[in-house]
Write a protein that binds this ligand. Structure first.
Ligand code: IDP
Ligand code: MG
Length: 175
């Protein structure tokens, strides 16, 4: 009997330690092995609010404040992350496997976290990338990090709204 494998979307973040260690190319090459499609990608300056919302399930943990500082780039002098949506068959499982276990010391040494992660002297797991762990989490995280038009696949229901006095920066072509 054939088991039907679902197309899924998953959020990947290259965290500031991954950027500082120049691992972007390496991570994208490893991810290419999964044969998944990149459906969205951008560099993001992470606000306190975004970081806290992303990691809200950990807000009672003793390492929470340090984790927020980590995601915002305050531990690495790299105040940005690379956010991506990968899409395709069994995307969540495939990407989690490639990422490896949360604790880099326990992660398979050939996984991204096992190869490049470390535990800081303060005890925080610096594990190079984030990857969504289930469909519900993936949906919440993708909707937190991306607007519908930034993703080239229609993943979730979206609607059009008209905003008055909406301010945005545009290129000044006269300058
Ligand atoms: P995940 O990133 O593998 O999904 P979560 O439990 O969602 O793991 O934790 C989010 C992040 O918080 C981890 O990637 C890691 O950076 C950090 N973290 C999680 N648990 C611990 C811990 O027990 N000690 C130190 N840091 C942790
Ligand atoms: Mg998680």
């Amino acid at each position: 009997m054939n088991t039907i494998k679902k197309n899924q979307a998953t959020l990947i973040l290259i965290k500031p330690d991954g950027l500082k260690k120049s691992l972007t190319g390496n991570i994208l090459t490893r991810m290419a092995e999964t044969k998944l499609e990149i459906a969205a990608a951008k560099m993001v300056r992470v606000s306190e609010e975004l970081a806290a919302e992303h990691y809200k399930h950990l807000k009672d943990k003793p390492f929470f404040d340090e984790l927020i500082r980590y995601l915002r780039g305050e531990l690495h002098d790299r105040k940005k992350v690379m956010a991506m949506v990968y899409w395709g068959e069994e995307a969540i499982k495939k990407v989690r496997e490639m990422a490896g276990a949360t604790n880099p010391e326990e992660a398979d040494p050939v996984s991204i976290r096992g190869a490049y992660g470390r535990i800081t002297t303060k005890g925080l797991y610096e594990n190079v990338i984030h990857a969504s762990s289930n469909e519900e989490e993936a949906k919440r995280e993708i909707q937190l990090w991306f607007a519908p038009d930034e993703i080239i696949v229609d993943l979730y229901p979206a609607k059009t709204i008209v905003e008055k006095e909406y301010k945005r920066r545009v290129w000044d072509t006269s300058a």
